[in-house]
Design a protein around this ligand. Structure first.
Ligand SMILES: C[S@@+](CC[C@H](N)C(=O)[O-])C[C@H]1O[C@@H](n2cnc3c(N)ncnc32)[C@H](O)[C@@H]1O
Length: 279
């Protein structure tokens, strides 16, 4: 008999990065809404934290906008941190620096005043993350910003089918609940309410990206880098079970997202919030 492991999922940076162009677009949209940082106004390098930085490619984009900033990416995954360290750590082109440190967002607290705390596609993995907002906002320099983006597509077929399959009699014992491991997101209005209640100038919104994807089973390939991680981690070492599960799931996805003449359209809703602490 197999028991469901309780550990965090194992990440695969290479698989995750296979769709980096589409995955980066929402971060650029978030970045565009972040106001001037207090450090910039004061003529000093900005201090920035990226929570759940993953492989660091998105963290590095912060240095394009704030070239002399001191930027730290935090993550729980040793695989992601190794990738980030290897490819992005060090001095930036504007004389700032990037470094990466292990930290669990569920317990992370700002240990110095930050001009910007940012998080992209990570807080959905952190149950209760809105409970950290008061400490994170308090950890901002006056005029600093908390900005994040989380997927909001957990009722879409890609995720609903995964949850349902994990809970079928064949898989329930080993995978029950695994497909719904990261549904800890609020609506834009709820985020707005929480952040405004903390005295911030806040905005929140949602965007559904109609992503045109190419190649065979592109939606399966996408979720192999994210939503499927808990399942693949739970079945790790049992290649037969992995193959059987992935085949069942692939067939469901093929029906839900049929290939069209120009590719496969994979709609993806995302939720954004930007909160500026008042001076
Ligand atoms: C979908 S990836 C996003 C990575 C990156 N921010 C990006 O936009 O490309 C989610 C990341 O969140 C990290 N993560 C999940 N739970 C976390 C936690 N409790 N604390 C810190 N990082 C966490 C994972 O390790 C993973 O690197």
């Amino acid at each position: 008999m197999h028991s469901a492991p309780t550990s965090a999922p194992t990440w695969d940076p290479q698989q995750y990065l296979r769709h980096s162009t589409l995955r980066t677009r929402p971060f650029l949209d978030l970045l565009a809404r972040i106001p001037e940082l207090p450090a910039t106004a004061a003529g000093r390098p900005a201090r920035i934290a990226d929570i759940g930085c993953g492989p660091g490619n998105v963290t590095a984009l912060l240095a394009d906008r704030w070239p002399d900033a001191r930027i730290t990416g935090f993550d729980v995954s040793p695989e992601m941190l190794e990738q980030a360290e290897k490819h992005h750590a060090g001095t930036t082109h504007g004389g700032g620096w990037l470094d990466f440190r292990p930290a669990d967002a569920a317990h992370w607290k700002p240990d110095e005043p930050y001009d910007l705390i940012v998080s992209n596609a990570a807080l959905q993995w952190v149950p209760g993350h809105p409970e950290s907002f008061p400490e994170w906002i308090a950890g901002l320099a006056p005029g600093g910003t908390l900005a994040f983006q989380v997927p909001g597509n957990f009722v879409s077929p890609s995720h609903a089918l995964l949850g349902e399959l994990c809970d079928t009699p064949r898989w329930r014992e080993r995978l029950g609940g695994r497909g719904r491991q990261f549904v800890h997101v609020l609506s834009p209005a709820e985020y707005l309410d929480r952040l405004a209640a903390l005295g911030c100038d806040a905005e929140a919104w949602e965007t559904t990206y109609s992503q045109l994807m190419h190649g065979p089973d592109p939606v399966l390939d996408w979720v192999k880098g994210t939503a499927l991680r808990p399942v693949l981690t739970a079945l790790d070492g049992d290649d037969e079970a992995v193959a059987a599960f992935v085949t069942e799931y692939r067939d469901l996805l093929r029906r839900a997202y049929p290939a069209g003449p120009h590719g496969t359209v994979f709609p993806f809703r995302r939720v954004f919030a930007v909160a500026r602490r008042r001076d």
